[in-house]
Design a protein around this ligand. Structure first.
Ligand code: ATP
Ligand code: MG
Length: 237
């Protein structure tokens, strides 16, 4: 579904990603793990069209999208649930969801149906549908950010640190949601610092260190890898 071939990205003179090659198959959950500043968000931005590679190629469902505008990628089926759960604070939960379907130009009936589907998936959001997003808890805002991304009916969901800043119980819920999406056939590229949880849910995983992919394999292989355990799993729990 998605391939990155030797993709490099720079911020001015600073290289953030060096010749990253990544493959995501249809229906797979693929995880990218790495420390702060490794280039994980930059990679997702490149796939969403929010940062342009200096070199390399990005292909999505057979098409070269390396230079495609971000809004055209949304139309093609790529959705980003960004780092730091960027919901529209003053808009209600329902309006946030509606904005997520903006590019689909749905009829009122279809829009209501699509919103109700998200409320089925996230009952807490249903209870809070009229509240401004800013009044939601951190975990609820993360759910809203995911639900809003899903409103575009993406074929590929990019998730940037969905667990960031959340309590353990909420993190469990978020990962249960990721599993449900996977079971429903969604293709997900997941960036996480909670490496143990991400690797446990991932079909494949890549380890990114200072912009370079240094390891890849199945989620299970990465969980058992000595280097991964030492660097990202707190020395082998
Ligand atoms: N807008 C920017 N301008 C300049 N440098 C940037 C910019 N955004 C990111 N960088 C730099 O690029 C590198 C990669 O950043 P990126 O946000 O991709 O890392 P990350 O792996 O997502 O980190 P974190 O786990 O902290 O979210 C870092 O060194 C960062 O300082
Ligand atoms: Mg990041």
């Amino acid at each position: 579904m998605l391939t990155l071939d030797a993709v490099s990205l720079f911020y001015g003179p600073i290289q953030a990603v060096s010749e990253a090659t990544i493959t995501v198959g249809e229906g797979q959950v693929v995880a990218i793990v790495g420390a702060n500043g490794a280039g994980k968000s930059t990679l997702l931005k490149a796939i969403a069209g929010l940062a342009l590679p200096r070199s390399g190629q990005i292909r999505f469902r057979g098409e070269d999208i390396t230079q495609l505008a971000a809004h055209k990628r949304v139309k093609a089926g790529i959705a980003l649930s960004p780092e730091g759960r960027q919901v529209f604070p003053d808009q209600s939960v329902r309006d946030n969801l509606e904005l997520g379907a903006y590019s689909r130009k749905l009829s009122t009936v279809d829009l209501t149906r699509a919103i109700d589907a998200q409320f089925d998936m996230f009952p807490r959001l249903a209870e809070r549908r009229s509240q401004p997003a800013v009044t939601l808890s951190g975990g609820e805002q993360q759910m809203l950010a995911i639900a809003r991304a899903l409103m575009g009916e993406p074929k590929l969901l990019l998730m940037d640190e969905p667990s960031l800043g959340l309590a353990p119980l909420i993190i469990k819920e978020i990962f249960a949601t990721i599993r449900r999406l996977r079971d429903a056939g969604m293709t997900i590229l997941l960036v996480e610092q909670m490496a143990n949880l991400a690797l446990a849910v991932a079909d494949r995983a890549y380890v990114l260190e200072t912009g370079r992919i240094v390891l890849s394999g199945t989620g299970q292989e990465m969980l058992q890898n000595a280097r991964v355990r030492a660097a990202y799993l707190g020395g082998g729990h």
